[in-house]
Structure formats: structure tokens, C-alpha cells
Design a protein around this ligand. Structure first.
Ligand SMILES: Nc1nc2c(ncn2[C@@H]2O[C@H](COP(=O)(O)OP(=O)(O)OP(=O)(O)O)[C@@H](O)[C@H]2O)c(=O)[nH]1
Ligand SMILES: C[C@H](OP(=O)(O)O)C(=O)O
Length: 215
């Protein structure tokens, strides 16, 4: 089945929740590295990619649409352009694999959805994208389930550690160091002095070599 992936991406001043540990230039490079991991998985799954970007951006393996309106408006504009099944996949889930994506698109339902932790939505696959409306932010998983019901869609909810792990905060970085073998995002963190560390309560987290910090 032919389908198309829409990847929202903010290349300028992204990932502000990581400002405690990465400066703006580093956050831009890290967001780009995560995007490369997502694009690689999307392409390996047999899908073409369009980046929905807030600012001008170039990528050799993806189409780019620059849309300056808020995220939901931009996605809903794009959904209206689709004549084939579509995947909306966030650019900050670098652990995703091609096999994971194939699991979503093989669904027998009208839609499959991967929740993010904390109520969000990480991936939506839609057989009829023009009927749907995106509503990210807040408890968007519940909102998307409600919108699917309003559309009369049958839905498969996919339970996946890799796809549910979006990288928003410092505590999330450890997942890339542990599970991100071969990923550009892990390479970026390791080259920037990050390593796995235990805190005083024995919890696993990350530390950064102070010599690598450019804050
Ligand atoms: N096109 C578009 N993409 C966005 C926008 N806001 C976020 N994104 C992308 O959507 C995905 C998930 O977004 P967030 O987790 O909120 O990322 P973020 O806004 O860079 O991070 P924070 O500043 O920490 O909230 C990432 O791939 C972002 O690059 C937006 O306004 N427009
Ligand atoms: C934009 C997106 O919204 P959420 O998944 O929290 O609804 C996110 O921050 O990943």
C-alpha cells in the first residue's frame, strides 16, 4: 500500500524543555539528529516523507512544506491535501523502527494511534486523512480518540515502548543512550559528553561531561 508520512518539525529554537542541559545551537542539532532517525525509519518502511516545517529547511530525502501557522492548523491544512493514507509522526521519537511503522500501517482498522506518555499522541495512521482533524497539545490522545469516533473510524491503539518514547525532557535522554544503538541521536549525545549515570537514589539518568558543556 502506498502511503505518505507527515513529520512536523521546528528547526529553530526547538526542544526548549531541554534548555537546562543543551544550548540553542545544540538543541537545533539534536532535534535534527532525532529527525534523521525518524526519517530513516519512515523511508525504510517504504513510505515517502514530507516535513511540515515552521521555518525554511532543506532535506535531501524529504519534501518540505513551510507553514507558519500553529501546529494543528498546519497539520489540518496538510491532511486536506492527501488523497492516499497518511501517517502523522512526530520528529522527536528517534527510537522508532521501520518494523514499528509497518505494524501501524498493517492495521485492519480505519486508524491506528500510538499514545505518548503523559496523554500526548506520537503517531497517527489514517486511511482516510481528509476526514480527520488533528488536535495536539493537552490530553491529545483522548481528543484524537474522540475525533475518530466522531468520524466513525474504527481504531487500533498500539502499545509500543519505542514509539511511545518521545524525547521532551532531560529524563528522557537516557532512553536514547540505553536503547538507541546505531541512531544519529545517540551519536549526537555521546559526542556531546552525555553518559548514563545513577543519582543518589539509584535511579538511572544522564550526566554531561562539564568539559563538553557550551552553555
Ligand atoms: N510544523 C510545526 N511543528 C512543530 C511545532 N511545534 C512543535 N513541532 C514539532 O512537533 C514535534 C513535537 O513537538 P514538541 O515535543 O512540542 O517539540 P518542541 O516544540 O520542539 O519542544 P518544546 O519547546 O520543549 O515544547 C517535533 O517534531 C517538533 O519539531 C509547530 O508549531 N509547527
Ligand atoms: C505537539 C505534541 O503534542 P502532544 O503529543 O503532547 O499532544 C508534542 O508535544 O509532542
Amino acid at each position: 500500500m502506498y502511503f505518505h508520512a507527515l513529520i512536523p518539525f521546528k528547526p529553530v529554537n526547538p526542544k526548549t524543555r531541554l534548555s537546562c542541559i543543551l544550548n540553542q545551537e545544540e538543541r537545533e542539532a539534536f532535534a535534527r539528529a532525532m529527525l534523521e532517525d525518524v526519517i530513516a525509519a519512515v523511508q525504510k518502511s517504504g513510505c515517502s516523507a514530507t516535513l511540515l516545517c515552521t521555518h525554511s529547511f532543506k532535506h535531501e530525502n524529504a519534501l518540505v512544506a513551510v507553514r507558519t501557522e500553529p501546529l494543528n492548523d498546519a497539520i489540518n491544512w496538510a491532511l486536506g491535501q492527501f488523497h492516499c493514507p497518511a501517517l502523522i509522526i512526530m520528529g522527536d521519537i528517534p527510537l522508532v523502527t521501520a518494523g514499528d511503522i509497518q505494524r501501524l500501517i498493517r492495521t485492519e482498522k480505519d486508524m491506528s494511534i500510538v499514545p505518548g506518555r503523559g496523554g500526548g499522541t506520537n503517531i497517527i495512521f489514517l486511511k482516510k486523512p481528509r476526514c480527520f482533524r488533528a488536535d495536539y497539545y493537552g490530553a491529545s490522545f483522548l481528543d484524537h480518540m474522540r475525533i475518530a469516533e466522531e468520524c466513525g473510524f474504527s481504531v487500533e491503539v498500539i502499545d509500543s515502548f519505542r514509539m511511545s518514547t518521545d524525547i521532551d525532557e532531560k529524563e528522557d535522554l537516557v532512553e536514547i543512550l540505553i536503547h538507541g544503538k546505531g541512531r544519529r541521536s545517540r551519536e549526537y549525545l555521546e559526542n556531546s559528553g552525555f553518559s548514563i549515570a545513577l543519582d543518589e537514589k539509584g535511579r538511572v539518568g544522564v550526566q554531561r561531561d562539564p568539559h563538553e558543556e557550551a552553555l
